[in-house]
Design a protein around this ligand. Structure first.
Ligand code: SAM
Length: 256
């Protein structure tokens, strides 16, 4: 991976139950005969990849991720394998029955060329099925975006995870242009009842904020976190439990 690996398995797994809910919704969109080949882009710790492999009854499932930290404890099962690789390097020629990803594509630029490659790499009858977080307007993200223009931090590269993502209509139109069928694009808002509002910081610390930690030196990141936490806590209501709403985009389509 480019830069330091700031993914932290322990931090990420703190909200494992909440994070697995969208994965089960993603799984419902998979509609393929048994025994095919699946690839999970940005598979992370691999627990969801194993579920995909067993519940989809695939003969072979490959998980790829560019974080050694996240791949440190991947599970093992017959037909299941993992590779330390970048989604940007993903290529293929009619190799896969399923190309999927759960909460990873937002980290990758140029979805036009990425989806073109996926289309090429899909067998006839195969599916692409993706879940992409799309929560940029929530204060947990918008506060960080505001801080990007603070003179203390403005020389660091901005976080692109929302600007990388197209609109729902954008995906629908693009997949149609590619000639895909059974196109299904929808947004779902998840309701996570967390212990209190500070849990939101813990949550994004394991995902969205890894960008700032990777970009900044330790001193600046500590300052960024202090400013971020105090601004965010001044906005979020002090309620217990705290309702963390999380908007996610689902995309599925089939190659004729
Ligand atoms: C939020 S986690 C999701 C992990 C897993 N799919 C899950 O559902 O638990 C995002 C994952 O995407 C991976 N990732 C981000 N950018 C990537 C890239 N360019 N190539 C490969 N993996 C990437 C990260 O390392 C991380 O493991």
């Amino acid at each position: 991976m480019k830069g330091r690996d700031t993914w932290n398995l322990g931090q990420y797994e703190k909200f494992r139950n909440e994070r697995s809910q969208p994965f089960f919704d993603l799984l419902k969109l998979v509609d393929l005969p048994k025994g095919g080949r699946a690839i999970d882009l940005g598979c992370g710790p691999g627990a969801m990849t194993l579920l995909l492999h067993s519940q989809g009854a695939f003969a072979e499932t490959v998980g790829i991720d560019n974080s050694e930290n996240m791949l440190a404890k991947v599970p093992s099962a017959p037909g299941l394998s993992f590779r330390n690789a970048d989604i940007l390097e993903f290529e293929g020629d009619e190799e896969w029955d399923l190309i999927t990803s759960n909460a990873a594509l937002q980290w990758v630029p140029d979805h036009g060329s990425l989806f073109r490659k996926m289309h090429r790499a899909l067998k006839s009858g195969g599916q692409i099925v993706h879940q992409i977080p799309n929560n940029g307007s929530h204060p947990s993200q918008s506060v960080a975006y505001e801080l990007e223009s603070d003179p203390r931090f403005s020389h660091y590269a901005p976080n692109k995870i929302d600007s990388n993502v197209l609109s729902p209509e954008g995906y629908a139109e693009f997949l149609d242009t590619l000639g895909l069928e059974d196109i299904n694009v929808f947004l779902k808002v998840y309701m996570h009842h967390l212990e209190d509002r500070t849990a939101v910081i813990e949550w994004v610390r394991g995902t969205f904020l890894t960008h700032y930690e990777r970009e900044m030196n330790a001193e600046d990141f500590a300052e960024f976190m202090a400013a971020y936490s105090s601004r965010l806590l001044s906005i979020l209501p002090d309620q217990k439990p705290f309702l963390f709403t999380f908007r996610r985009l689902f995309i599925s389509a089939r190659k004729p």
